[in-house]
Design a protein. Structure first.
Length: 144
């Protein structure tokens, strides 16, 4: 068992699992009201775009973005670029903590609501993506 665990490519497993979650959550956004984050995502994008982008289009574009990020992570395609895109996407998910405190906290700033907890867990995903990000040694290995 120890040998099996030692031989697992942890970075690939991590990228695959994050990609799977991205695809899953992204696909849910293609179906109105199916995603638990639907209303929050629409409200956040409306806030960030000053209402210029209609909600139906914004959630559709977000769904596409999340599915693309997930597929790229799963298939190990353009990993450097997609990790940067994913981290930027996840940083943007923190907007409600700053601007929608009434939704994000039961008692700000130390008692997050379920929505706030949903957002805060993205810190772990960002950290995992930093581990997945290929360093210079990975680039050298791929070129040889």
């Amino acid at each position: 068992m120890t040998r099996l665990i030692a031989n697992i490519n942890r970075s690939r497993l991590l990228a695959f699992s994050i990609g799977l979650i991205y695809v899953w959550f992204g696909v849910l956004k293609f179906f109105p009201q199916l995603s638990p984050a639907d209303a929050l995502a629409k409200q956040t994008i409306t806030f960030l775009t000053f209402g210029i982008l209609p909600e139906s289009i914004s959630i559709f574009l977000l769904a596409i973005l999340e599915v693309v990020i997930g597929m790229f992570l799963i298939f190990n395609f353009q990993l450097r670029k997609i990790v940067v895109v994913a981290i930027f996407h996840l940083i943007m998910t923190f907007v409600p903590l700053l601007f929608f405190a009434n939704i994000s906290f039961d008692r700000a700033p130390f008692v997050p609501s379920l929505v706030g907890q949903y957002i805060m867990k993205n810190i772990v995903i960002i950290s995992a993506l930093l581990l997945v990000y290929p360093g210079d040694e990975a680039t050298k290995l791929q070129q040889s």
